[in-house]
Design a protein around this ligand. Structure first.
Ligand SMILES: Cc1ncc(COP(=O)(O)O)c(C=O)c1O
Length: 424
C-alpha cells in the first residue's frame, strides 16, 4: 500500500489534498485587534506590549521558562480555534500541507531542512528515538556530562541496562568551553561511538561548544547528539552549521508552544542510521504485509506514528510565527539583557555565589546561584513568598536555584528577584 492510498482510505481524500479550511494561518492567528508597535529590542515599551500578548498574571513573576514556557494568546487561540473547527466534523485534521508549513517554519528557526524534522511530544521523546534507534551494542562507549536532565539520563541508562553500553561521564567546567572539550578528549577511546551533550546545560545554563565538538567527533566517526531542550527559541543558531548528527528539543519551553510538543532533528545522512523503532501510519512510504516489504518515508517523518493532536501542532506553528515576528536576534538581545542584569545583581549580593559562566558567550538566559548560608530549598521557599517562581537544581549535586528569564519577563521582575534574595 502506498502512503497516499493509506491516507485516502483512512481519512478520506480531503486529508490528502488538504482542506482549505485547515490551512495554516500563520500570522493571522495573532489577535487581529492588537496593532503591533515597531519592533525595537532596546525599547521597554515594546517589551511591555509583548507581555500583554500573554495571559501571565503580573502578581506572580514567572521565572521558570527552563522548566516550561508560557504561551502567548496567539498560540492559545490557534489551538482552541483548531480544536473547535475539528470537533465540529470529528476529523483528525492531518494534512501534508500543514506538516510542510509548520516544519518549514521550524526548519527556518533551527537552520536545517524541513525533511530533517520530526514532530515529537517533548524533548524526551526525541532523545528516546535517537537513543533507541542508534546501532549501539554491548561494550560501545558514550560520553556525556554529570549535569544531564533526567530526560537525557534515563533513556541512556535504559540502554546501558538492556544492551550493556558503557556510559562515561565528565563534569562540565564553567570556566571555559575549551576545558570541556579537553575533558571529553580525555575520555575518548577506540570504543567511543557517541558524545551526548546538552546545547545549554539545565544546571547552570552553560552553552557548550557544539561546533568544536562536531569537528572533534566527525573525523573519528563518533556520533554527536545534542539535547536542545534549553536552546530552541532562546537564541538563533543553525543546526547545519553546528554540525551535530541529531538534536532534540521541546516546543513547550523557550519556543512558547503548546504543552506536549517537541521537535527532533536528524541530519539527513543519519536517517538510515537512526532506526525508527516505534512506527506506524506516517512512518511508511510503502508497505505490504503479504510480501513482507516496508519502505520508510525518505524524511524524519519516519519517526512519527499514529494519530496525534493537530491543534497542538497547529499551535506550535503559531508559536514559531510569534517568535519570528519578533525575530530571534531581538529575542536573544532581550533575554541577554534580563539575564545579565540578574547575573550582575546576584554577584553583588553578600553570601551569594553565581554558578553560571562568567563568559557572556557561554552564558544563556538560565542563571543559577547558591547562598552560602541558606540551603537552596529554603531559599526557594523564601522566594515563593515574594511570588517568584524559580526552579531548584539538584542535578549533578549542584544544589542551587535557577532563574530563567524570557521575552515576557521585565527588568522589574528581575529586580524583584534580586530584592528577595537580598532579604533572605
Ligand atoms: C536539558 C533538558 N533536557 C530534557 C528536558 C526534558 O524536556 P521535556 O519535558 O520536553 O521532555 C529538559 C527539561 O527541563 C531539559 O532541561
Amino acid at each position: 500500500m502506498r502512503r497516499s492510498d493509506f491516507f485516502k482510505t483512512a481519512f478520506g481524500a480531503a486529508a490528502v489534498a488538504g482542506l482549505s479550511g485547515f490551512r495554516w494561518k500563520g500570522d493571522k492567528a495573532i489577535r487581529p485587534t492588537e496593532a503591533w508597535p515597531a519592533i525595537d529590542p532596546e525599547d521597554e515599551q515594546f517589551w511591555r506590549f509583548v507581555r500583554t500578548q500573554f495571559p501571565l498574571t503580573d502578581e506572580r513573576a514567572y521565572l521558570n521558562t527552563g522548566g516550561l514556557g508560557a504561551s502567548p494568546y496567539a498560540v492559545i487561540d490557534a489551538v482552541k480555534a483548531k480544536m473547535d473547527e475539528l470537533e465540529k466534523i470529528a476529523e483528525t485534521g492531518h494534512s501534508d500541507e500543514l506538516w510542510k508549513e509548520v516544519k518549514t517554519a521550524a526548519a527556518q528557526l533551527l537552520g536545517c531542512d524541513a525533511t530533517e524534522l520530526a514532530f515529537t511530544r517533548n524533548a524526551t521523546e526525541g532523545i528516546n528515538i535517537v537513543c533507541n534507534g542508534l546501532p549501539l551494542k554491548r561494550g560501545d562507549e558514550m560520553i556525556t556530562t554529570t549535569h544531564e536532565h533526567v530526560g537525557n539520563t534515563v533513556p541512556w541508562l535504559g540502554l546501558l541496562k538492556r544492551e550493556g553500553i558503557v556510559v562515561k561521564l565528565f563534569e562540565p567546567s564553567t570556566v571555559s568551553a575549551q576545558e570541556n572539550v579537553d575533558r571529553i578528549e580525555q575520555l575518548l577511546t577506540k570504543k567511543t561511538r557517541l558524545i551526548s551533550v546538552p546545547h545549554a546545560t539545565t544546571t547552570t545554563g552553560q552553552i557548550l561548544p557544539i561546533k568544536v565538538l562536531s569537528a572533534l567527533a566527525k573525523p573519528k566517526g563518533i556520533w554527536l547528539f545534542v539535547d536542545g531542550a534549553q536552546t530552541a527559541g532562546m537564541f538563533p543558531f543553525n543546526l547545519h552549521e553546528l554540525g551535530c548528527d541529531a538534536y532534540a528539543t521541546s516546543g513547550h519551553k523557550w519556543m512558547l508552544g503548546p504543552k506536549e510538543t517537541g521537535l527532533l532533528y536528524v541530519r539527513k545522512e543519519m536517517l538510515d542510521v537512526i532506526q525508527p523503532k516505534i512506527v506506524g501510519a506516517y512512518s511508511a512510504a510503502e508497505f505490504d504485509l503479504a510480501k513482507g516489504t516496508l519502505d520508510f518515508v525518505p524524511s524524519a517523518q519516519r519517526y512519527e506514528y499514529g494519530t496525534v493532536s493537530i491543534p497542538l501542532r497547529f499551535g506550535l506553528g503559531a508559536a514559531i510565527s510569534f517568535l519570528q515576528k519578533i525575530g530571534m536576534e531581538n529575542i536573544w538581545k532581550r533575554d541577554q539583557s534580563l539575564s545579565t542584569r540578574l547575573f550582575m545583581g546576584l554577584k553583588s549580593i553578600p553570601y551569594v555565589s553565581v554558578l553560571s559562566p562568567e563568559s557572556s558567550t557561554e552564558r544563556s538566559a538560565l542563571v543559577t546561584f547558591k547562598h552560602e548560608k541558606i540551603p537552596f530549598g529554603d531559599l526557594q521557599r523564601h522566594l515563593d513568598t515574594y511570588k517568584l517562581r524559580t526552579r531548584g537544581v539538584g542535578e549533578g549535586g549542584v544544589n542551587a536555584l535557577r532563574i530563567s528569564t524570557h521575552l515576557y519577563n521585565s527588568h522589574d521582575e528581575v529586580d524583584r528577584a534580586l530584592e528577595a534574595v537580598k532579604t533572605a
